[in-house]
Design a protein around this ligand. Structure first.
Ligand code: JB2
Length: 219
């Protein structure tokens, strides 16, 4: 399989590395929005142009794509890029680093990336274009919506549901059966023991909505 990676920054490095290690596809090109990068290489892969090249890339025999931009909070750019490439007729590549563990009893959607030492356990369902970043754990029977980012080292206990486009920050811990709403953000290192409403930012131990937390902290 020949694939193109969309975005050529830090996250793309790790994604390309995982694709190369898995041996399941060959990354033949990177598209990046930054013109100054065009004509250069990232880890041996040429950066050939911007997203307006998607149709040409497809015509050249490339069949698959992966979104190679990450997110720290707003997962919207990743979603829009995924939708644009899919609309062009490219197929989203599922990427699994060989050191990652994904149960044969788990389901993973196209375009999702499971990076080194990540775990997705039995009965879990992971949507499309999800990042399960380095060392993150998605326990059994979790339900992870499309475009979610489970950041490095985050741990979701069993049966956690994460809504579309949410971000679970690095090293966060989420108690079993918790529901995290669409596009919510869990801060790095937070410990989530109550449900998180959609589009809410929670931080701290135990995690609280940012405004309340900040108020208590100041007051
Ligand atoms: O719409 C776009 C687009 N927007 C930004 N299309 C394409 N094809 N490329 C786009 N880019 C490019 O993504 C930028 O020009 C830049 O080269 C790249 C983003 O690189 P950066 O290193 O700034 O961030 P990242 O998204 O690769 O990594 C972030 O998320 C990771 C999960 C960082 O916060 C990392 O530290 C983090 N590990």
């Amino acid at each position: 399989m020949r694939c193109v990676v969309l975005g050529g920054g830090g996250h793309a490095r790790v994604v390309i590395d995982a694709i190369q290690a898995s041996g399941e596809a060959t990354t033949v090109a990177i598209l990046d929005a930054d013109r100054s990068r065009w004509g250069t290489e990232l880890q041996g892969v040429p950066i050939t142009g911007g997203d307006d090249q998607l149709a040409a890339v497809l015509a050249s025999g490339v069949t698959h794509f992966v979104v190679g931009i990450g997110s720290v909070r707003d997962t919207g750019p990743r979603r829009r890029l995924f939708e644009r490439a899919s609309a062009c007729g490219l197929t989203a590549l599922l990427v699994r680093h060989p050191s990652a563990v994904s149960s044969p009893w788990a389901r993973m959607g196209g375009g999702s990336v499971l990076l080194a030492n990540a775990v997705v356990n039995a009965g879990a369902t992971v949507g499309e274009n999800v990042i399960v970043n380095t060392g993150a754990i998605v326990e059994h029977d979790c339900l992870i919506g499309d475009h979610v980012h489970i950041a490095t080292g985050a741990r979701l206990a069993s049966g956690v549901r994460v809504g579309m486009g949410a971000h679970v920050g690095a090293g966060a811990v989420v108690r079993q059966q918790i529901v995290i709403g669409e596009e919510a953000v869990v801060g790095a290192g937070a410990v989530v023991v109550r449900d998180v409403a959609p589009r809410t930012v929670v931080v701290g131990v135990p995690a609280r909505p940012l405004e309340i937390w900040a108020g208590r902290s100041i007051g």
